[in-house]
Design a protein around this ligand. Sequence first.
Ligand code: ARG
Length: 643
Amino acid sequence: MATTEIAGLTSLLENLGLSAPVPTYPEAQILENPLDIGRSYLAEILRSLVGVEDGIAYKAITWPNNIYNGDFSVPLPKLSHEKTPKDLASEITSKYKAASNSDMFIIPIPDGVHLRFIFMLKFLPRFLLPYIKDRGLAYGTDHLAGLRDRSNPDLGKKKVVIEFSSPNIESEFQGKNLRSTIIGSFLSRLHQAMGWDVVRLNYLGDWGKNIALLMVGWGKFGSEDAFKADPVGHMLSVWTQIHDLFQPAVVESKKLRDSGGDPAAVESQGLFAERNAIFKKMEDGDPETLVLWKRFRDASMENYKSLYSRLGTEFEEYSAESCFSPDTMAEVEAILRENNLSEESEGSLIVDMEKLTGRRGGGKIMIRDRNNSQTYALRELANILDRQRQHDFDKMIYVVADDHDTHFSRIFKLLELMGRVELSKKLVYVHFSRVSKMAEKFEKSLKMHKILDRCTDEMIKAVEASPDKAVVIGKADSTLSSVAISGLLAQELVARRAAAHSFDAAKMTAFARSSGPEIQYWYMRLDQILHETPPPSNPTALTDEELEIVVEEGSPETNLLRLLAEYPEITAAAYKSLESPGIVHYVDEVLNQLGKCFEMDEPEGGDDEEPEIFSAGQLAVYDATRQVLGNAMRILGITPVEF
Ligand code: ARG
């Protein structure tokens, strides 16, 4: 029976000489996390040796997050305040062997106030290899985590709407949209892995005054022929020109505003006036204006969709700023009015957050401008109400650059003031540093597709320069472009969200620690080895002899197994923090140990022709490693290239 069922798991553990059933602790997810099985037995051992109350021992067990510090560590003061750590350590170590189930760990090692526990090397492969094999793709996921009630699946899954990517149509994909796409896809997969019902939503920036400005630009610099030849490229060039032309007026109006003056005069003439007039036409539904708008929107949409397929990103829903509902906007305005939140100010409708919250620097939210045009904030509020009605979500995550910090904190606060406290609590703004410096690395206004082409070119050069990698990776175009995309993804995901990392084509295509190409290379190499020498199909049938190398003290295979046992812990931590670097660094650690396995097997004299011979036990470990590596890559969005 498979270990994915309690009965199968229990019988495996019994066969390994442990008592059944596994001691129960409410925090332990023994079907999802193998370390929780270790914790449960260890807690029981500690309880029997030290006589602490139920629950205390389990909670005292910490996870060092680094195999060199043991598989578990117990800070002794957490077990008892009466005895000194030294006395407690010697009491536990001296009585240890006599405790039941103590065969799971070697005799604990005192280390200051800590006691370190390491799995018995003989136990590890016999337990972990079937555990991983039985779970396959599900290893490292926890489908019960996203249930409304873990113990009652009938109550259903929780639902999360994740808004990400959300590029604008006037300015093509920018570094921040790329970063949002990569982080958002990762968070979507992470939530799916944790059993949530996930709606991936793209909120296209296709409405508002910038689009109107683009249309003003079209009147001045647009060319039908150029648009036909390269719609998005031409739009981008028109946008860049009109944007530059408009800047002096923007600066002047801001200067006036900052110095307490009235920018009305500046804003009622020149490009400001032209832009506002076009926006008014858009709002009034002027057919001619909307035909042009739709052409821009369609061209842009087509471009983005092909970009997403290149990046391996999908959405359940394409929403857009233009998809607002006038009724909901009226509803928002009514709520604001009824609650005395909005007021007239110099001809526009605003919410004075500073006044309402009493917080200095709270600022003002513009709801309708001087021309009575709806604003970004009004669309946002209406959207939240609409999305809640449409999806009835438990959580909505916005994966948006930190240029929206103020926007979202004000909007969430305003929702509370509007009496939608519960709804506001469901909204999460997952922000990240917008400084990717992508544009500076290549020519300005280079389109995203071209950037991806450049990455592939760099990738080809990098592979050519490393013959040992080239042997494994090969020359196929599709492989090289996948490996290049992996480079891009890994580079974005290795940095914490708040880090102002920079985009670096040379670095991301290099074979170096934590780089995408390096990860793919190792996956392909493993896959190739296992293809040539298939691993045993049933790891429980391995003989002691076959496992000999694997259970050798300090062998890289042993360390590899200890790392593989940690994987569900790593995904759980990522789920808590909504950060990806933990997973990338984990993959890096796995590759590091894997490298050591192969180093030791390199035949002396470096004769490359000699085929490597692996024991069935080693192959079973590599098979489990391929599974875990592949699972980690997939959750990051890096599709493993199979041999
Ligand atoms: N289109 C915006 C940008 O590129 C991001 C959209 C953020 N999402 C939202 N619901 N306001 O900066």
